[in-house]
Design a binder for this molecule. Structure first.
Ligand SMILES: [Ca+2]
Ligand SMILES: [Ca+2]
Ligand SMILES: [Ca+2]
Ligand SMILES: [Ca+2]
Length: 228
């Protein structure tokens, strides 16, 4: 978080619109038992999880009265048939979104909601713990595995009679800047949108952008909104 001696930070918040979500899939998901180097293949409306991709393959071993079955898919389902990670009343075995982060389990395993493709945890809503859910990072197009990168306002300050709002952005993406005057409430007024020009760094094209709120001098709260 940047700082400034003349900073006029009233309230900075980030609104991540969930208006566009990954739609529910038509197949039964088995991702709760996906682990290690297990592999997955897709065909039409179904998804096949290959036992051959499990580390060590399928094996059975015994130790006295105990028998250990290794490599079988759905082992977690058998052991924890009532597991409901997000508490929505739909057990993980039949839930398409275990952690309720608005990314399906399959999309999380495949990493298909991100560019570049990046897998996220199917049972943790915020895989990197940066305060933005995996689904929110998919909309903002930020790295869901980097706790230092998400959509956030970095600084608000008065400069030469204007107010400058700096925020972490992605090259080529369009953002809406919203505001409200007076004491804090959810910023609702759309000040306009801006598309981030070139200059993003790294694979995720991260850049700091500055929105200039011309002539703004009164108390004002800001939000930056990203949409898919
Ligand atoms: Ca999810
Ligand atoms: Ca997740
Ligand atoms: Ca996150
Ligand atoms: Ca992140």
């Amino acid at each position: 978080m940047a700082t400034s001696a003349n900073r006029v930070l009233v309230v900075s918040i980030v609104v991540v619109s969930l208006a566009t979500l990954v739609s529910a899939q038509g197949y039964r998901q088995l991702s709760t038992v996906h682990d290690g180097s297990g592999t997955m293949s897709s065909g039409g409306t179904y998804t096949n999880w290959s036992a051959a991709g499990q580390p060590g393959g399928i094996a059975v071993s015994s130790n006295g009265a105990l028998t250990h079955y290794a490599g079988f898919l759905q082992a977690v389902d058998i052991k924890r048939p009532n597991l409901d990670t997000d508490g929505d009343g739909v057990i993980d075995e039949i839930s398409t979104d275990n952690d309720g982060d608005n990314l399906t389990d399959t999309a999380e395993v495949q990493g298909s909601s991100f560019t570049p493709p990046t897998a996220t945890d199917v049972n943790i809503a915020d895989s990197d713990g940066d305060g933005t859910t995996d689904g929110g990072e998919a909309i903002a197009e930020t790295d869901p595995t980097d706790e230092n990168i998400n959509l956030q306002i970095l600084d608000i300050r008065d400069v030469g009679g204007n107010r400058e709002v700096s925020y972490m952005a992605r090259q080529g993406k369009t953002y809406h800047i919203r505001s409200t005057d007076g004491s804090y409430q959810q910023p609702a007024t759309d000040l306009g949108s801006q598309q981030e020009p070139a200059g993003g760094s790294g694979t995720w094209l991260v850049r700091t952008n500055v929105y200039t709120d011309a002539g703004a001098t009164t108390q004002r709260s800001y939000a930056v909104e990203a949409q898919r």
